[in-house]
Ligand binder design. Sequence first.
Ligand SMILES: [Zn+2]
Length: 232
Amino acid sequence: MLENLKKQVLEGNLDLVKHGLVVLTWGNVSAIDRNNNLVVIKPSGVDYKDMKLDDMVVVDLDGNIIEGNLKPSSDTKTHLEIYKAFNEINSIVHTHSKFATIFAQSKKEIKPYGTTHADYFYNNIMVTRELTNKEIEEDYELNTGKVIIEKYKSSKVNPTECKAILVSEHGPFTFGKDVKEAVENSIVLEFISEMALHTINLKENELPMQKSLINKHYLRKHGKNAYYGQKK
Ligand SMILES: [Zn+2]
């Protein structure tokens, strides 16, 4: 079942390796079929070089395995919680990519310092609050999803306008309308994180770029009257 979605999820996972965003078996990509409310996700702890189409696991929104012989990613509950909260998100990518994770570990949000950021993300890349001891001990992966949702809601940021967030002391999650976009956002997030770190080191103040330039670059690509790229 869901052969096409499985293929996209497998390729998305392999793309993380290709772009240097994961080492060993870290990281995971999932995607949801909104018509059937079924999620395809990477299996837990399988080597990327051995990963096959049939290794992808299909689960329902309660986490029951619908198809697959392997255990799904240990982060499955985080993914499911986010799919349940945000209808516009159809794919989720989680990595420990180096520079984005440095910001997550420093509990420091990433301000938009230049147009590369504004081409993809309309806001600061936010950092969630720390989990409480109880949240870590009782239902860690579910609560990781909950603090991500809480951060978007309490900050009144629409996840479709900023499809990346950092989990405090952990690492980045990115989103997309499909696997391709979610993976692309992970690649771009890592790129802007590395540039932001160097920018902070060189910059005399911590101020972000001017708002008018953010608006220009984000909205010409994603706004109502977007004009970037070729007409579809
Ligand atoms: Zn992780």
